[in-house]
Design a protein around this ligand. Sequence first.
Ligand SMILES: [Fe+2]
Ligand SMILES: [Fe+2]
Length: 196
Amino acid sequence: MAKEMTIEQQIVADHMSFRDLYDRYHRSQYNREKRQLLNEFIREVSQHSLAEETVLYPKLLELKPQSKDHVDHERHEHQKIKSFLVEVDYNLSSNQDIIASDKETLSVVEKHFEDASQELEHHMKGEERDDLPLLSAQLDIEARLKLGRQFSIAKMIAPTRPHPAAPNEGGMMETIGGMVAAAFDKTKDVGRSFPK
Ligand SMILES: [Fe+2]
Ligand SMILES: [Fe+2]
């Protein structure tokens, strides 16, 4: 059985995966592979965002109530990233073998992917610098492993596409809204291909 991971280990592993998908996208010379990497990027970032909004951010507020402005700012950055990814998703071709059907649409897709990636990189650096050390300083290993389990479950029930208009304040509303959106997304994901 794979070793259990703390919440910080899971978040860092996800961040590394986003960076890897971005690099692979830029190295790839094949349209179909680029399309699969974008599909995967959208899916992983969407699931990671909901898990942070429902597990990480409420915990940060509980540990440090005076960090409300900081946490609100992080939620706002998630919204920006989702808005860029909605544009990427919307402009992807319905043909699974290509990213976009014409050059103009391709440049729209790539511009929004770049905007999302830049904003995401800035956001991840902030979490790695400010949030994750707070968890390891204030919580023991058992508590961080338990949060790690909650984080994995949240990702499993999370939407696989970005929904910037959905609740992002954490709590039951976001969890239920996320589950409804996830069921809807999964029907749309049928036929969408992902990297091996
Ligand atoms: Fe985040
Ligand atoms: Fe993150």
